[in-house]
Ligand binder design. Structure first.
Ligand code: PGA
Length: 242
């Protein structure tokens, strides 16, 4: 795992955007793996800027997102489809038919199988963007997830629902389940960038960089992949002993 320490969140976003744009400039038919959450928002702003200022085109790019809430319609304001539409897809020249996100309203067992086939047939993903949860989760793969897992349904742990409740009017409205690509699905990507920013991720970054590979800290399984770059700001890096 390569580690890039940046001064602040903005620099993390710039660095990540440089890697994404380099990927697209190298192959305009690239397949990107994308994440939701607060962390990639700055990256997405930079990518939008790249279309306007640097002439980057997503015309031939495909994207495959990590996860979606179960039970939320595509058009629900808090669905991850809506998040991606509002923060990225509507602002770049991507073809919406080339953007893949699990369908949270279909038969979930069939949807998991279908989505894994998307990863294999549209993919392999050239560059996967990941955030990290405070408990080390990647996608919705919470501690204890089988490292051989493919796309599956998860029951969200209380801390994840509480953390995501800020986007809903009350915690009761936060879905209890989600569809997530599995750890093995994520590891099929050719290259992975893991973004971490802020003091509340410092403990997770410290644990990750202990290199103790364990299913009880899902992000640590990324040590088994040979092309991962952690892009971290100083706040998230502050507990790492030099
Ligand atoms: P965040 O979420 O970017 O909103 O901190 C990351 C994650 O939980 O994977």
């Amino acid at each position: 795992m390569k580690v890039v320490v940046c001064a602040n969140y903005d620099e993390v976003s710039v660095k990540a955007a440089q890697l994404v744009e380099a990927q697209i400039l190298g192959n305009d038919h690239s397949v990107l793996g994308l994440a939701t959450g607060s962390t990639p928002l700055g990256l997405y702003e930079r990518l939008v800027e790249g279309v306007k200022l640097r002439g980057i085109s997503y015309k031939n790019v495909c994207t495959i997102n990590l996860d979606e809430y179960l039970g939320l319609d595509k058009g629900h304001p808090e669905s991850y489809r809506t998040f991606m539409t509002e923060n990225l897809f509507d602002k770049i020249d991507i073809v919406i038919g080339n953007t893949y996100i699990p369908d949270g309203t279909s038969d979930s067992a069939e949807e998991c199988l279908r989505y894994e086939q998307v990863i294999d047939s549209v993919g392999p993903i050239d560059l996967q963007v990941l955030g990290i949860g405070r408990n080390g989760h990647i996608g919705f793969n919470e501690p204890g997830t089988d490292s051989n897992s493919l796309t599956h349904v998860v029951e969200l742990v209380a801390s994840t629902r509480e953390s995501n409740a800020r986007f809903f009017t009350s915690i009761d409205e936060v879905p209890t389940h989600a569809i997530t690509t599995g750890i093995k699905s994520i590891l099929k990507s050719k290259e992975i960038i893991l973004l971490a920013s802020g003091k509340d991720k410092a403990e997770a970054v410290r644990t990750l960089l202990n290199k103790d590979v364990t299913e009880s800290f899902p992000a640590s399984i990324l040590w088994n992949h040979d092309n991962v770059t952690l892009i971290v700001d100083r706040d998230a890096y502050e507990l790492v002993k030099s």
